[in-house]
Design a protein around this ligand. Structure first.
Ligand code: GLY
Length: 372
């Protein structure tokens, strides 16, 4: 994206201050654009805050669309330099760590993605001694990584502001004003924001914005995820890598172990349920029995943005001047550097470094969608 300045007059309004919106905004500022990010609440406190921070193109990503797999692996390659630059520019450490993922199975011989090493129970337990003996086989993905996603949100805010961006919290865009061909403005309860280009990066809330026909943007639905974290009792050793099975994933952080996540279509409900908390805890204990002694530290919920085909929605819409960066579903953190880079390129009329044509919102034009 940074191959020379944008037109100095270019003004971009970004709707949504999460990893996608702030990332695109930051890259656009670096390219010389003027950028305003509008967040419905507190920037970096939606799905970016609630996520698990896994950068796991093989074990978490899981889709079988080759373009999406290519995008996921492109983004994971961008991650180390993205993290380094973001830390330098923001002064915030974001804890990017290539810790690897251990994918456990209670069956023999699950199919192995490229780059995975197959381990038997003994080898898997040598890597993670707390693992249950009931694990039959495991895959070791040493290139997978993680980042402290809440710190990522803070770092993006700082880097965006340091680069000269305007960031408005509690400024929910309720309507995209348009004449059917081009955008006229982004309306919030008390203001209308005008720009040369607009980026819809409102995550699960994208579908709440009025004024857009189905031919402009397919429905984006919230997919609720509850998570918990556990703290090690004295003398306990934190797992070294991300560990997962068919039910849960365990993500080790400096002082706590994050356990995720439920998947539920519950509209915009983010209430915390004892049932989910118990299921997460029991599933974690089934994978690592010693976790039965680890006290609960936190329980939280967030909303993933789900598109009809569960692929990201990325690129120019059928309305002139309106771009979308939403529908990242389970992979908003993984995709963040590639979304920032590729959407910045598209807005500036340049070719992205990765194929994003399958994610174009215009592909949905005229499609019918069943209600979820
Ligand atoms: N990427 C983790 C989740 O969506 O639960």
């Amino acid at each position: 994206c940074r191959h020379g300045p944008a037109s100095p007059a270019m003004k971009v309004v970004v709707i949504g201050g999460g990893a996608a919106g702030l990332g695109v905004g930051w890259r656009l500022l670096q390219a010389g654009a003027q950028v305003t990010v509008l967040d419905r609440a507190q920037p970096g406190h939606g799905a970016t805050w609630a996520a698990a921070g896994m950068i796991a193109p093989a074990s978490e990503h899981g889709g079988d669309n080759p373009t999406e797999a290519g995008f996921a692996s492109y983004s994971s390659v961008l991650w180390p330099s993205f993290a380094k630059e973001l830390e330098e520019k923001s002064g915030v450490q974001i804890g990017y760590r290539r810790c690897g993922s251990l994918v456990c199975s209670h069956r023999e011989g699950a199919p192995a993605p490229a780059g995975a090493r197959r381990l038997d129970t003994a080898a898997a337990r040598a890597l993670e001694p707390m693992l249950t003996c009931a694990v039959q086989s495991a895959l070791w993905l040493e290139d997978e990584a993680q980042v402290e996603n809440r710190a990522l949100g803070r770092a993006l805010v700082r880097a965006f502001l340091a680069a000269g961006g305007e960031l408005l919290a509690n400024e929910p865009v309720v309507r995209i004003e348009n004449d059917g061909a081009r955008v006229l403005g982004a309306r919030t309860p008390f203001n209308v924001f005008e720009g040369d280009a607009y980026v819809l990066a409102a995550g699960a809330w994208t579908g709440r914005i009025e004024g857009l026909a189905d031919s402009v943007l397919p429905p984006v639905v919230p997919v609720k995820g509850e998570m918990i974290s556990l703290v090690p009792p004295p003398g306990a050793v934190m797992p070294a890598c991300v560990v997962r099975d068919e039910h849960v994933y365990l993500v080790p952080r400096a002082t706590r172990l994050c356990v995720g996540a439920t998947m539920e279509n519950a509209g915009f409900d983010t209430s915390l349920t004892p049932r989910a908390r118990q299921w997460l805890f029991d599933s974690a204990v089934a994978l690592m029995p010693d976790l039965a002694h680890w006290p609960l530290h936190e329980h939280w919920a967030g909303l993933r943005p789900g598109s009809p085909d569960r692929l990201p929605i990325l690129g120019q819409t059928a309305l002139s001047g309106l771009f979308a960066a939403t529908g990242q579903y389970r992979n908003g953190i993984l995709f963040a550097p590639a979304v920032a880079e590729s959407l910045c390129a598209l807005i500036l009329g340049r070719a992205p470094g990765v194929d994003v044509r399958s994610f174009e919102p215009r592909l949905f034009a005229g499609a019918e969608f069943a209600q979820e």
